[in-house]
Design a protein around this ligand. Structure first.
Ligand code: 13P
Ligand code: SF4
Length: 297
């Protein structure tokens, strides 16, 4: 199957992009593996005829929005992100009415329709930088309330209002102070994703995006307890053999695990499921995402 996939990639001039949480078997077949920001930047630059996004829907939509001339497909059409579903266009419109002077920052873990209503998007890698780049004192920030809390701590001079108040990722809110205590007993550093609850963030040694974990691990040698989706620890172990990365076995994003090599093969053969979005939504969302890319990581 691996050989067939590699041959099809060449024959169809396809590029396969995979998120850091994808099963290792998919990561091994991908041309690019990264965090949400890295995948968005690579998708924008891609010159392939076919872009295959292995991850969840918002990642494939972002690729299409940034490179609308290319055919973008996702192997499993119902791989979604429950966090993204917390934010609706109506919630954004209502928040704008209540806070007319505020800027709207929408996390990339969101639908294309929500991005289209944003002033700018952000990822976990650049949320602080994006918020600091804005002239507004009040920021409407959604859908992840824990990432909003992280930004609030880093940028105390601004008022950060989470929209909705309780938007969260079930994988990351599964990390508790008990996990932290266990990790401390194991020794080494606790490195957490900013989608983890604030009380966990406050006690962690580092708070970084998944791409930040890859970069920071390069310069470290102590064991790490990796407080994010389980596959991240497997990726770090593969990148840095001989190092110790502890994972939480229950921290599984079910949607990230929907894509198998067999799905990838079928997707390449059939060129399905194609991402199709209304041009108006794409145009508006593109403005918000490109503004984010211009701010940088
Ligand atoms: P990163 O942008 O850090 O890869 O995070 C994406 C994500 O879905 C976290 O749950
Ligand atoms: Fe969405 Fe959470 Fe899965 Fe990330 S880990 S894709 S935020 S459900």
């Amino acid at each position: 199957m691996e050989e067939e996939i590699r041959a099809l990639k060449i024959r169809k001039n396809a590029i396969v992009m995979a998120h850091n949480y994808q099963p290792m078997a998919i990561q091994a077949l991908a041309d690019v593996v990264g965090d949400s920001l890295e995948l968005a930047v690579k998708a924008k630059e891609a010159e392939a005829d076919l872009i295959v996004t292995c991850g969840v829907r918002f990642m494939a939509e972002t690729a299409k929005i940034l490179n609308p001339e290319r055919k973008v497909i996702m192997p499993v059409k119902d791989a979604g992100c429950p966090l993204a579903d917390f934010l609706t266009p109506d919630l954004i419109r209502e928040a704008r009415r209540r806070y007319p002077d505020a800027a709207v920052v929408v996390y990339v873990n969101s639908t294309a329709e929500s991005k289209a209503l944003a002033d700018i998007t952000c990822t976990s890698a650049n949320a602080v930088r994006v918020v600091r780049s804005l002239p507004n004192d009040t920021i409407l920030f959604g859908p992840d309330a824990n990432l909003a809390a992280y930004v609030r701590r880093e940028v105390p001079e601004k008022t950060i209002i989470p929209v909705p108040p309780g938007g969260h990722c079930y994988v990351h809110t599964g990390f508790t102070l008990t996990d932290l205590e266990t990790a401390r007993k194991m020794g080494g550093l606790v490195v957490c994703h900013p989608e983890c609850p604030p009380e966990v963030q406050e006690r962690a040694d580092q708070i970084v995006s998944t791409g930040g974990m890859v970069r920071n691990a390069a310069g470290a040698d102590e064991p790490w307890s990796v407080f994010t989706e389980r596959e991240m620890a497997a990726r770090l172990r593969a990148l840095y053999p001989g190092r110790v990365f502890y994972e939480k076995p229950e921290a599984v994003c079910a949607d990230m695990k929907k894509t198998s090599p067999a799905d990838l093969l079928l997707a390449l053969e059939r060129e399905e499921e194609e991402v199709v979005l209304p041009p108006r939504v794409m145009g508006r969302a593109r403005r918000a995402i490109e503004r984010m890319i211009a701010v940088g990581a």
